[in-house]
Design a protein around this ligand. Structure first.
Ligand SMILES: Cc1ncc(C[n+]2csc(CCOP(=O)(O)OP(=O)(O)O)c2C)c(N)n1
Ligand SMILES: [Mg+2]
Length: 321
């Protein structure tokens, strides 16, 4: 699956936008200006971008609590997302959703979700709808290693196999569920092997390598669009920061934190495209500068934008039947 120069630039820009979004709110969080909890996606960018590169607005994704990267990769506007995290009226969900309920249905983004594993049944439902409509659209369930131990994930996976649903279960295995290491929490030897036991193809891949993600997910998407049922991918990933902003990470060694950069997906991408002669360092630097400058503006605008009027706070939150 060859990638053109234009595609490579777009994918790099998207990964850089995610990184900059997260780094910006990482800095701003200490000011107390952003309401609610933040779970940063820094380090996992190659996954969201490598998966969503194969999807259109008519395909669906279900995200989790670490959802900003998925949302951006699926096409949401970073400026409106920043407004949303700041709780402003102009935000993507009019400031009512915030970090953990950010969504954009027109982009097929079913939203971030604070209930670990809840994306399984949601994405399976979206996939069932597409199948019943006879479309070629698919759904992707982004979830973490911790979520793989939730009962309703098992139910969703079983139903997906039974009903041959066009769904990819995409596990971002960053080695932790909150503060608990996977070696303690996972009963099986391997997440992918356990998924295979449900009766679907399952692979373990390196989620730090954009090109591997892109290639493997491309095959999985073809499988689903061809009506061959679900597909499971376990991608090894790294979580740069704590579980949430404010986590002091005393359960991780200094050595582990120091070595994370060795597997940085943005650095790996740069190394690969420059050594292949697809892009130059100068072209990549120009993207970096452009994105960093754009985020300064998004941040300023979000900080000074209007709050929702108090009497409207419950508008757009509940549906009246
Ligand atoms: C049903 C449910 N149980 C527990 C929690 C508390 N909780 C929030 S995030 C999390 C860990 C999730 O780990 P993982 O799925 O690996 O995602 P990661 O945070 O590593 O991206 C837990 C247990 C929750 N939000 N929902
Ligand atoms: Mg995890």
């Amino acid at each position: 699956m060859a990638i053109t120069k234009e595609q490579a630039l777009n994918y790099y820009r998207k990964m850089r936008q995610i990184r900059e979004f997260e780094e910006t709110i990482h800095r701003q969080n200490t000011t107390g200006e952003i309401p609610g909890f933040l779970h940063l996606y820094c380090g996992e960018e190659a996954n969201a971008v490598g998966v969503c590169a194969h999807l259109s607005d008519e395909d669906y994704i279900a995200s989790n609590h670490r959802g900003h990267g998925h949302c951006l990769a699926k096409g949401s506007d970073p400026r409106l997302m920043m407004m949303e995290l700041y709780g402003r009226e102009e935000g993507l969900c009019r400031g009512r959703g915030g970090s953990m309920h950010i969504a954009e249905l027109d982009k097929g983004s079913l939203g971030a979700n604070g209930i670990v594993g809840a994306g399984g049944p949601l994405a399976a439902g979206a996939a069932l709808t597409q199948k019943l409509k006879g479309s070629k659209n698919i759904a992707v369930c982004f979830h973490g290693d911790g979520a793989t131990n939730e009962g309703y994930m098992f139910e969703a996976m079983n139903m997906a196999v039974m009903w041959k649903l066009p769904i990819i279960f995409y596990c971002e295995n960053n080695g932790y569920g909150e503060f608990t290491g996977i070696e303690y929490a996972l009963g099986a030897d391997s997440i992918a092997e356990r998924a295979a036991a449900f009766g679907m193809p399952a692979k373990k891949i390196n989620g730090n390598d954009f090109f591997e993600v892109y290639r493997e997910v491309g095959e999985a998407v073809e499988h689903c669009r061809a009506g061959q049922g679900p597909y499971y991918i376990e991608a090894e990933a790294i979580r740069y920061y704590g579980h949430y902003e404010g986590d002091s990470q005393l359960y991780r060694t200094k050595e582990e934190l120091k070595n994370l950069e060795d597997n940085d997906c943005l650095l790996g991408f740069r190394k690969k495209v420059t050594s292949d002669g697809l892009l130059t360092d100068a072209e990549l630097d120009a993207v970096d500068t452009d994105v960093i400058e754009a985020f300064k503006v998004y941040l300023d605008e979000a900080r000074s934008a209007a709050w929702p009027a108090t009497e409207t706070l419950c508008d757009h939150v509940y549906i009246n039947y």
